[in-house]
Unconditional design. Structure first.
Length: 82
C-alpha cells in the first residue's frame, strides 16, 4: 500500500475544509488499470489467510478497486447503493 500512499500524496487533491480527497487522475474519472492491478494483488496478499466469498464496496468510487481485488480472490463484487 506504500505505492498507493505515494500516489495519493503526489496526485491527490484536498478540497473543501480538508473534507474531500480527490483522486480523479488515477481512481475515479481516469483509471490507471495497471495500478489498480497492483492494489488488487496487495489486497490478496494482505488477506491471504482469510476466507473471502465476495467483496462489498460503495457504489461509485470503490468499484474499480473492488473489481481488481476480486480478480485475485476469484469472487464476485457486490456494491451498495445510496
Amino acid at each position: 500500500m506504500e505505492a498507493l500512499k505515494q500516489r495519493i500524496r503526489a496526485e491527490g487533491k484536498v478540497r473543501g475544509n480538508n473534507e474531500v480527497l480527490k483522486v480523479d487522475s488515477f481512481l475515479n474519472h481516469q483509471m490507471d488499470v495497471a495500478f489498480l492491478q497492483e492494489i488488487g494483488q496487495e489486497f490478496r496478499r494482505r488477506f491471504a489467510g482469510c476466507q473471502v466469498d465476495r467483496i462489498l464496496t460503495i457504489e461509485a468510487s470503490g468499484i474499480a478497486i473492488a473489481v481488481a481485488a476480486a480478480r485475485y480472490f476469484r469472487v464476485p463484487v457486490v456494491f451498495a447503493k445510496k
